[in-house]
Design a protein around this ligand. Structure first.
Ligand code: GLN
Length: 294
């Protein structure tokens, strides 16, 4: 992007044109979000003073952001954050960017969670599932004037770098949670009332067909569900019964074509009350079951 003028409107227009030319789907929106990220201005200020000048330094940083976005680097890797369940989460190249679809998992879990429960989130990544659930629980109990029996949470991930992000997110949100570096249940020792996971579930050969932002910049190990995409469901379901308290819940995010397969894996492992829930697009997104421990 050329740096001819320093008026807000001008650099925004140039930024949008650049992203359009690079084939970015939401060019105007991304150009705006980057402008507001760099300058800190609101829409009200922009529309009130479109001719306001930005400093050369800001224009340079904006131009740099636009260049990076043109190369398909996800917006969230540039700004370093993504909103999830109304909270802001730090993200980087070591964690999957939180998806809106995943909020359904948190919402379903919220319907079942009770004070005093101990929750495990396997493949926690940025920690968005566990931390937003714990944060909502605190807000709900505080609202009712009860703080005595809080929900306790543990998150695991194989990636040390991902856990560093999760720990920072816990601090930012003021949520207490334990994080353990562990290959699935490898280092886990306790039993839980609820086990949640959004594991990698994309079949290996499909990864190449995903959009560049995902294929090139989301961590490969957070996407790759091996040959049929079901590898981690098999592993987690099989081992989960050794880590589940009686009547505990196991709840997954799933790919939209995996409802039947995950249902039968849950059934074969002895899970009851199995259900599959859809996302806002009407696609299967959650599979869950309850283990009665017999
Ligand atoms: N839902 C993510 C996607 O569509 C994949 C997440 C995962 O594999 N757990 O890219």
């Amino acid at each position: 992007m050329k740096q001819k003028t320093l008026a807000l409107q001008q650099i925004y227009r140039e930024g949008t044109a650049c992203l359009k030319e690079a084939g970015i789907a939401d060019a105007a929106q991304d150009a705006w979000l980057l402008l507001s990220y760099v300058t800190g201005i609101s829409k009200a200020v922009y529309y009130g003073y479109p001719d306001r000048c930005v400093s050369e330094e800001e224009a340079g940083r904006y131009s740099d952001c636009i260049d990076r976005r043109s190369r398909r680097i996800p917006l969230q890797h540039i700004t370093g954050e993504q909103e999830f369940m109304g909270y802001s989460f730090l993200v980087n190249e070591h964690v999957l960017i939180p998806r809106q679809d995943t909020e359904i998992l948190v919402e379903e879990a919220l319907k079942l969670v009770k004070p005093g429960m101990h929750i495990l989130d396997i493949c926690t990544g940025s920690g968005c599932i566990l931390l937003s659930l714990l944060k909502k629980c605190t807000e709900l109990t505080n609202g009712k004037g009860k703080t005595d029996r809080c929900v306790v949470g543990t998150g695991t991930d194989i990636s040390e770098e991902a856990l560093a992000v999760a720990v920072k997110n816990a601090e930012r949100l003021g949520v207490r949670a334990d994080f353990i570096q562990s290959d699935l249940f490898g280092q886990v020792e306790e039993r839980f009332d609820m086990i949640l996971s959004n594991p990698p579930y994309i079949p290996t050969k499909v990864i190449n067909e995903l959009q560049d932002e995902v294929r090139l910049y989301d961590p490969y190990i957070a996407l790759d569900g091996k040959e049929d995409g079901l590898h981690f469901y098999r592993e987690i379901i099989h081992d989960s019964i050794n880590y589940m308290k009686k009547d505990g819940y196991l709840m997954f995010e799933i790919g939209c074509e995996q409802g039947e397969a995950v249902t039968s894996l849950l059934k074969n492992a002895g899970y009851k009350d199995i259900c599959v829930k859809k996302d806002l697009a009407g696609l299967d997104r959650i599979a869950a079951g309850r283990y009665n421990g017999e």
